[in-house]
Write a protein that binds this ligand. Structure first.
Ligand SMILES: [Cu+2]
Length: 203
């Protein structure tokens, strides 16, 4: 379930954001520690005016860093919605205390319903329509995409893609009561033949 071992494009974008922030924060931390040490050897810095520290490092530096982070965050948010392009597959995911129910629409057959197991085709983008029957939950499959809240009376959409067939662990990511810890599910990504069998009308 590690977000640092991403499988899908959405999770990979989020993992890159995480690394950029970790490396950026480390550089700033080391710079701050450097100044901390320099403060004890202040005799060497007598010529620097106080205004440079306040305006430069107190106002300009954080403004530039925060603006850069905000712009990057907005770009990542857009990228998560845009990638990959829509393919027409929507699956309903409804959270409740304490299980996730999934509804997969099928052409010419009643929808396939399941509890705690969501089926998707591998290599194709899927829109998950996320709802809640009671309190706020959050749909999260760490290696495939970011979190999306399930809010009563509202439908939220999360686009994800599993590049290859396999099983991906999911977990409710919003505290929803005593059973929250065990409010887990599995996403099964099928190869084309297996997906076609699953979507075929039952004889
Ligand atoms: Cu929960």
């Amino acid at each position: 379930m590690s977000t640092l071992a991403p499988e899908g494009p959405a999770a990979a974008t989020i993992a890159t954001l995480w690394w950029v922030m970790l490396i950026g924060a480390t550089v700033i931390f080391l710079g701050t520690m450097g100044l901390f040490v320099a403060a004890f050897r202040a005799t060497r810095y007598r010529g620097v005016s106080v205004g440079i520290w306040i305006k430069g490092l107190g106002i300009a530096f954080p403004s530039v860093v925060l603006l850069a982070l905000l712009s990057y965050g907005l770009m990542v948010g857009e990228a998560l919605q845009a990638l990959p392009a829509r393919d027409g597959i929507s699956i309903e995911a409804t959270g409740r205390q304490w299980e996730w129910r999934f509804r997969h629409a099928r052409a010419g057959a009643p929808p396939l319903e399941s509890i705690s197991v969501m089926h998707i085709p591998a290599g194709r983008p899927v829109d998950v329509l996320i709802r809640s029957d009671d309190v706020i939950h959050s749909f999260w499959v760490p290696v495939l995409a970011g979190k999306m809240d399930a809010i009563p009376g509202k439908t939220n959409r999360l686009r994800l893609l599993a590049p290859r067939p396999g099983r991906y662990a999911g977990q409710c990511a919003e505290f929803c009561g005593i059973g929250h810890t065990n409010n887990r599910f599995v996403v099964v990504a099928h190869d084309p033949a297996s997906w076609a069998r699953l979507m075929a009308p039952t004889p």
